[in-house]
Write a protein that binds this ligand. Structure first.
Ligand code: AMP
Ligand code: SF4
Length: 469
């Protein structure tokens, strides 16, 4: 099929800095604080005003960079990327930022998100003679920029961005300019900050500002393109904003609790999700426990609302990577087992409420219910502070393919049996939206809820996506 939609599984973090001495070092710290967004590859490209200096590699930020490599990344401007991908795409050439050299100057690009129409654009570009070096859909954008006939690079980037369908936060770096853009729905977060020395900083999450001592200024708006040169910063709409649709999973699972997305602190949102969970599905029990790390805030919220004490019923070995990175089901199950232990002293003889943020394949919940029972829990009540994930994400969050999603196959009662819980409840979509309480109007308050409802904010069908160059 020509217009194939990939559920490409990329969860990434981006960081950019302009007009700041030691840009590479700060990008390194920034990326380190975004490490939870991707652990498979990292890269930084810097500019000293005349040339670009790239360094990329597979692995964690601390593995990819050394003091020596950072010293070689010269200049006052930098963009960086941490990457997560599942089977197939994890190769060095797909590690970002991508770096393209041309007669008219170099261009480096870092992308967080996923383009739904990348394949159709790629076909058309290849038909015109473009040769792709990577399998990453991000490269499509570089080709679009290259083939655009408009006068300025800013216009060429704006023109290219307007042809994309999907979710993106993009950073583009040339020798002397940083361009930054977000998709017209604002599906992926990107914030702007300032360092005390006057450097301009961009990051997927505001937690990266804290580590480099930058002050948060504002979020990048849907459809906005920001251009920064040594003469200052300007902003334009490369496209009219569409209905706002920030990814719900950023609040529920993905972002760090200390980050603030569109004015809502992630920890506060998770606590409110836990409180809402209690309101929607109370149950009698002795202790509430959360699955580390992402569900602790929600479990505290549930405990506070219910008056049932919060206890550390599970602990995590910090030195094992995320469960999802193991590619096979068997390895994933072993991954869960290696990562978590139940505290017998806390749960033995107790009725336990186990709060987790989401169920994707059901592997984690089943294992944890088992761990709690092995440690002597008399009852295990599972509370999931998100609605059932019944649809895949095409916008860059790895919620798996439809066949792997347990909630796409089974009803909650069947899932309860499968994971061996005494009770299982999910949040409702209105409950979730109400709890996160984003400062926007409308029934979804500017949230994407597609993986729960199947109502995608962008077109997905092949005809709707027919690309035009
Ligand atoms: P599963 O075991 O497949 O049901 O996955 C659910 C667990 O994975 C939950 O504990 C979540 O915290 C976590 N999780 C949810 N979404 C993602 C994601 N996109 N990438 C990695 N982990 C996730
Ligand atoms: Fe986020 Fe789900 Fe929307 Fe994907 S489909 S962007 S995971 S809310």
């Amino acid at each position: 099929m020509l217009y194939d939609i990939k559920g490409l599984n990329e969860e990434c973090g981006v960081f950019g800095i302009f007009g700041q001495p030691n840009a590479a070092q700060l990008a390194y710290y920034g990326l380190h604080s975004l490490q939870h967004r991707g652990q498979e590859g990292a890269g930084i490209v810097t500019s000293d005003g005349d040339d670009l200096f790239p360094h990329r590699g597979q692995g964690l930020v601390t593995e990819v960079f050394s003091e020596e490599t950072l010293t070689n990344l010269k200049g006052h401007h930098a963009i960086g990327h941490v990457r997560y991908s599942t089977a197939g795409g994890n190769t060095l050439e797909n590690t970002q930022p991508l770096h393209f050299k041309s007669r008219t100057g170099d261009l480096a690009l870092a992308h967080n998100g996923n383009l739904v129409n990348a394949d159709s654009l790629k076909h058309l570009l290849e038909a015109e003679g473009a040769i792709f070096q990577t399998t990453s859909d991000t490269e499509v954008v570089a080709h679009l920029v290259k083939r655009s006939k408009l006068d300025t690079l800013e216009d060429r980037i704006a023109d290219s961005l307007a042809r994309l369908v999907g979710a993106f936060a993009f950073l583009f770096l040339t020798e002397d300019t940083l361009f930054v853009a977000v998709d017209p729905h604002g599906l992926r977060p990107l914030s702007l900050g300032k360092t005390p020395d006057g450097g301009i900083v961009f990051a997927s999450e505001t937690c990266a500002f804290d580590i480099v001592g930058a002050e948060f200024i504002r979020d990048i708006e849907p459809g906005e393109l920001v251009t920064i040169t040594e003469h200052g910063m300007s902003s334009r709409q490369y496209m009219e904003p569409r209905e706002r649709a920030m990814c719900s999973m950023e609040y529920i699972y993905f972002s760090r609790p200390d980050s603030i997305i569109d004015g809502v602190n992630v920890h506060t949102a998770r606590k409110a999700l836990g409180k809402k969970m209690y309101e929607e599905a109370p149950v009698e029990a002795d202790v509430v426990t959360g699955v580390p790390d992402s569900s602790i805030s929600a479990a505290i919220g549930y405990a506070e609302a219910s008056g049932i004490p919060y206890e550390m019923g599970l602990i995590k070995n910090r030195y094992v990577g995320r469960t999802f990175i193991q590619p096979s089901q068997e390895l994933r199950e072993r991954g869960v087992k290696m990562k978590l232990s139940a505290l017998r002293g806390v749960v033995q003889g107790k009725r336990v409420i186990m709060v987790d943020d989401s169920i994707v394949r059901g592997t984690t919940s089943r294992r944890i219910v088992g761990l709690l029972r092995e440690a002597g829990a008399t009852e295990v009540h599972v509370r999931i502070t998100a609605p059932p994930i019944t649809n895949p994400c095409y916008y860059g969050i790895d919620t798996s393919s439809k066949e792997e999603l347990i909630s796409a196959r089974l009803m909650p009662e069947e899932i309860r049996q499968e994971i061996g819980a005494d009770s299982l409840e999910f949040l409702t979509v209105p409950g979730m939206v109400d709890a996160i309480d984003r400062p926007f109007d409308g029934p979804l308050k500017g949230q994407c809820t597609a993986c729960f409802t199947g109502e995608y904010p962008t077109p997905l069908g092949s005809l709707e996506l027919e690309a035009k160059l």
